[in-house]
Write a protein that binds this ligand. Structure first.
Ligand code: G1P
Length: 294
């Protein structure tokens, strides 16, 4: 079968992790914001786990200066392994092994200047190559019974179009996100409109882009010449608007909870919610909350 008639498969995922984390200072002065822990693992591990659960085979990190800890986290730490083995801490060893992508399954490239999300994605073009790919914004933790990216890949297998995950936000918050307009399209939701951070009172809906995408490689050609948009940055949403003129875009309404761990309140809420969902920690955490008289 030729390339054009065979069904494409999503094998690669891009994680933009170059952001400075200014909303979370001083915690992020020396530690990448993606390495802050939610319950017992770094934020970035939660998001990589979501991608692995969806069948992703190659993990592409767009990093920046002072983000070396992320690269180290996805490598074997020989001294640590040796010490755990010597002390017969087999459970801990196994935990480290489970989390680790296989040899050759990670790539790291750098976004040299903070020019925006669109520019960060464009920095991954050579590693992604000419195939559709997943994009996951690590700040946004998606927590639910059905993992978000898995659901998106299932729907991509049906229609082979671009997909943007969305969730409902309060009307007074729409100016903080990319917002989409939708319509029913067969059994799926088609996107009719996209706008990055609309001015208050002008949003086409309250469906916000949640930070999970499946995109076709033609997005890279558009990003190459994309002008700066909202906030003076090269915006991915603006490039998607151009791509939507020639390709289909679908919305995936995520059925679960989303926490913006790049913000203090989102980070704290994520720790509480995932702690209360943790098999070993739920009961003692509930007891601790009760002792606080809440
Ligand atoms: C980015 C996207 C925006 C999306 C948001 C989700 O914005 O540009 O469309 O709604 O992530 O977190 P940022 O948060 O980088 O300003």
């Amino acid at each position: 079968m030729s390339q054009s008639t065979s069904k494409a498969r999503i094998r690669k995922a891009v994680f933009p992790v170059a952001g400075l984390g200014t909303r979370f200072l001083p915690a992020t002065k020396a530690v990448p914001k993606e390495m802050l822990t939610v319950v017992d693992r770094p934020v970035i591990q939660h998001v990589v786990d979501e991608a692995r659960a969806a069948g992703i085979e190659h993990f592409i990190f767009v990093t920046g200066r002072n983000k070396g800890a992320i690269e180290d986290h996805f490598d074997i730490q020989y001294e640590l392994d040796r010490t755990l083995r010597d002390r017969n801490k087999i459970k801990e060893l196994q935990l480290l092994e489970i989390d680790l992508p296989g040899a050759g399954q990670t790539s790291f490239t750098r976004q040299q200047s903070p020019l925006g999300l669109g520019h960060a994605v464009w920095c991954a073009r050579e590693i992604v190559g000419n195939e559709p790919f997943a994009l996951l914004l690590p700040d946004m933790l998606h927590h639910g019974d059905a993992p978000c990216l898995k659901g998106m890949i299932d729907s991509f297998d049906r229609h082979q179009g671009n997909i943007v995950a969305v969730y409902e936000v309060p009307d007074n918050e729409t100016h903080q996100y990319g917002i989409v307009g939708i319509e029913q399209k067969g059994g799926d939701l088609g996107i009719t409109q996209m706008v990055e951070k609309p001015a208050k009172g002008t949003a086409p809906s309250n469906l916000a882009i949640s930070g999970r995408y499946i995109l076709k490689p033609e997005i890279f050609d558009i990003l190459a010449t994309q002008e700066r948009g909202s906030g003076g940055e090269i915006q991915l949403t603006d490039a998607m608007i151009t791509l939507a003129k020639s390709q289909e875009f679908y919305a995936h309404l995520f059925d679960g909870d989303i926490y913006d761990t790049g913000m203090k309140i989102g980070f704290l809420t994520a720790n509480l919610a995932l702690g209360l969902a943790h098999p070993e920690l739920a009961a003692p955490l509930r007891a601790a909350i009760k002792r606080m008289g809440l």
